[in-house]
Design a binder for this molecule. Structure first.
Ligand SMILES: [Zn+2]
Length: 447
């Protein structure tokens, strides 16, 4: 980390290291490369009250701004932002009622912001994804005032949008010009949102294990950079988990730092793998296929529970002294078409086929596993967190730790764990366990 460069505006305790990266001054000590992120300003402070106009003015977003909120975020921060920005631009509030990050709402946001030159999002996951994708499609700039530390999408360049079929997909989009985090607002956010952000961060360990397994077994690209970025902050974030429930600014401060650094990692490697592997596939399955069984939980709440499941599965897999014995992948088209509608069954088959192992692929993988198993176990052990520690942190934050806490029927949750791998061409511990015939019995323990 550079210590000689002048601090960026808004620099302070909470943006140390982040400022250096945003300023383009950080050199990765391992690769000696100057890593850059596409953000002009990331400001985190105990409060941003009174600074809204100054922060947005520095981004040169023009003289007509749409302030996009939902009814709740308008009440907690949007109204304040709108009033403050009136001094620098003509502002139109766009207040959505119970919005979902789906294709229809993206079009609604595009239509209602059509007259504005740029967009100021005030909200968390849904509002940010909607504004990110709508402005990307319209070629407009946007910035975001965060209202909760609920997910890591503030500094990612992808947007999670649900298609009309119900299939949730991550679309390439662009970065907000500025991310502004008022810790007092975040600290006062509903406990379930703060705990969701913790859930979306605890998956670091399970995603790293899955990504590493794929790298070592199939030679897919891997980078340690995303994990090194957050290594110093993760223990602090976990240690402060009880403060999320209590509403301290320290707890949301550490959490926001990790969420931002995860986004940087994704931006640097140009892939979501460091923060989205098996545990995210489980959450995507829930979002896509729970239908009427969907209790309306957020992404991070699901990812937290799914990360505990993945951690247990990975511990069970890697506790073995001998490698699992892999069989060719069996894609049962008829079963898929019974469980899902034909369109989604087809989508899954198309993705799943890309990583499915034939006789030869299974034999090759068994050879690799035989050769690497003791090393692989030791390597993965270095990435893993104790499941008890993850569980403690989620519970201390007031978050869901079980499918029942999420309001999901255990049977459907087990279905999600068992079949989530079919949705995406990413080989994870879920695939290793399924292709060795062990997943089903392990999943029985997950409720
Ligand atoms: Zn996530």
């Amino acid at each position: 980390m550079s210590t000689e460069t002048p601090r960026a505006p808004g620099a302070g305790r909470w943006t140390q290291f982040i400022d250096d990266i945003v300023a383009g001054d950080w050199i990765d000590p391992q690769t000696h490369q100057n890593e850059r992120v596409p953000y002009e300003a990331i400001v985190i402070d105990e409060t941003l009250a009174g600074r809204e106009a100054e922060l947005v003015a520095a981004l040169n977003l023009g003289t007509t701004l749409a302030i996009v909120c939902d009814t709740k975020t308008y009440a907690v921060l949007g109204r304040r932002v709108e009033a403050a920005l009136a001094s620098i631009a003509a502002c139109t509030p766009v207040i959505l009622e119970h919005p979902h990050a789906d294709a229809a709402t993206v079009e609604l946001v595009r239509a209602r912001t059509a007259q504005a030159g740029a967009v100021v999002a005030v909200g968390s996951g849904t509002i940010n994804d909607l504004c990110k994708y709508a402005t990307f499609l319209d070629g407009k700039k946007y910035c975001v005032f965060a209202t909760a530390s609920s997910m890591n999408g503030y500094t990612s360049t992808t947007a999670s949008i649900t298609l009309p079929s119900g299939f949730k997909t991550s679309f390439a989009a662009h970065a907000p010009r500025g991310v502004f985090i008022d810790l007092a607002i975040s600290a006062a956010a509903p406990i379930k949102l703060k705990a969701a952000g913790l859930g979306d961060s605890l998956c670091r360990s399970t995603a790293q294990v899955d990504w590493w397994l794929s790298h070592r077994l199939f030679g897919t690209p891997y980078s340690s950079l995303p994990f090194r970025l957050q290594a110093a902050d993760e223990p602090q974030m976990i240690e402060h988990a009880p403060g999320l429930a209590a509403g301290t600014t320290d707890a949301v401060g550490y959490l926001h730092r990790v969420l931002i650094l995860v986004g940087f990692g994704v931006s640097f490697v140009g892939a979501t793998h460091p923060g989205s592997m098996g545990e995210h596939q489980i959450s995507h399955y829930i979002d896509s296929f729970a239908g009427a069984r969907h209790p309306g939980t957020t992404h991070g709440q699901q990812v937290g529970v799914a990360s505990l499941t993945m951690a247990r599965l990975q511990h069970a897999l890697l506790a073995r002294e001998t490698p699992p014995r892999i069989r060719p992948t069996r894609i049962d088209r008829a079963e898929l078409e019974t469980r899902l509608d034909p369109d989604n069954a087809q989508k899954c088959i198309a993705e799943w086929s890309l990583k499915a192992l034939d006789e030869r692929g299974a034999a090759e993988l068994n050879g690799t596993l035989e050769a690497l198993w003791p090393e692989l176990r030791a390597e993965c052990a270095a990435f893993m967190l104790p499941v008890e520690r993850m569980h403690w942190a989620l519970a201390a934050a007031g978050g869901a730790t079980t499918a029942l806490d999420l309001g999901l029927e255990p049977g459907f949750y087990r279905e999600a764990v068992l079949h989530a791998r079919e949705m995406r061409n990413r080989y994870s511990a879920l695939d290793l366990l399924a292709d060795s015939g062990e997943l089903e019995s392990l999943v029985e323990r997950e409720t």
